[in-house]
Design a protein around this ligand. Structure first.
Ligand SMILES: Nc1ncnc2c1ncn2[C@@H]1O[C@H](COP(=O)(O)OP(=O)(O)O)[C@@H](O)[C@H]1O
Ligand SMILES: [Mg+2]
Length: 249
């Protein structure tokens, strides 16, 4: 369903991604693990079309020297040259790392803003119901100003907002980041539900290796802009070099 081939991203002379390749089949949940700074977020942003967008926005400024190369296929079609909005329209949605809601808007309005690509009001209403079913907490707090949410609630809102697009494929960036164990566990179940019950294919970037490994069938390991290994949790943990050097376990 998603095939990423030789993605290279450079900011000036700093190579952040060096010919990174991966593939995800329809119906899979695949983990992308690696330490802070490995390039996970950059890879997800590149897939979602945001590096290209950044390059265009910065055109003509001092920070303009961004390289973006490689080939990305989604649902059988090339997407690396498409605008981010068109990529989202095709159902490939990024839930960004520590995604910030519009702080001064209510929870409900943030969710509705997430559905900006959908013109059918009934559909928007049923998507909203589905998000509230998955996250009853968001329903309870639907009229609360989003800037006053806790970290865990904000993370739920970020995922909920991505679901308002009715994604076929979700790129989820560090959902567990900064959460207390109890909340992490709860979010883990929600991601599992999105994958198993809503049938959304997922590429999950995580620094928390066990969070990813407990959910995924396969994983890619990243270090300094390279995909250095690929396999099931068992295979990766069975390799002492990978386990110690790259997974820090
Ligand atoms: N806009 C940018 N300009 C310059 N360097 C960047 C930019 N975005 C990310 N980087 C660098 O790319 C590297 C990888 O970052 P990132 O993709 O956020 O890694 P991860 O998500 O694995 O922690 C880091 O060294 C980071 O400083
Ligand atoms: Mg990151």
């Amino acid at each position: 369903m998603l095939e990423v081939e030789n993605i290279t991203v450079r900011y000036d002379t700093a190579t952040v991604l060096d010919e990174a390749s991966l593939r995800v089949e329809k119906g899979e949940l695949v983990g992308l693990v690696g330490p802070n700074g490995a390039g996970k977020s950059t890879l997800l942003r590149a897939i979602a079309g945001l590096i290209k967008w950044e390059k265009e926005v910065l055109k003509g400024t001092r920070q303009a020297d961004i390289t973006f190369e490689g080939r990305i296929e989604f649902d059988g079609e090339r997407i690396e040259q498409l605008p981010a909005s068109e990529i989202a329209r095709r159902g490939l949605i990024l839930c960004p790392e520590r995604g910030r809601p519009f702080a001064e808007m209510t929870v409900k309005d943030n969710l509705l803003a997430g559905a900006y690509l959908c013109k059918d009001r009934n559909e928007v209403g049923s998507n909203l119901d589905n998000v509230y079913k998955l996250f009853p907490r968001l329903k309870e707090r639907q009229n609360q100003i989003s800037g006053t949410l806790s970290g865990g609630e904000r993370q739920m809102l970020c995922i909920g907002r991505s679901l308002m697009h009715q994604p076929k494929f979700l790129l989820v960036d560090e959902p567990s980041s900064g959460l207390a164990p109890k909340l992490k566990e709860d979010l883990f179940r929600r991601v599992e539900e999105i994958y198993q019950e809503l049938g959304v294919t997922i590429l999950l970037a995580e620094q928390d290796v066990s969070f990813a490994f407990d959910l995924s069938a396969r994983n890619y390991v990243m270090s300094r802009g390279h995909i250095i290994a690929h396999g099931t949790a068992q295979e990766l943990l069975g390799d002492e070099t990978i386990r110690k050097t790259y997974l820090g376990l």
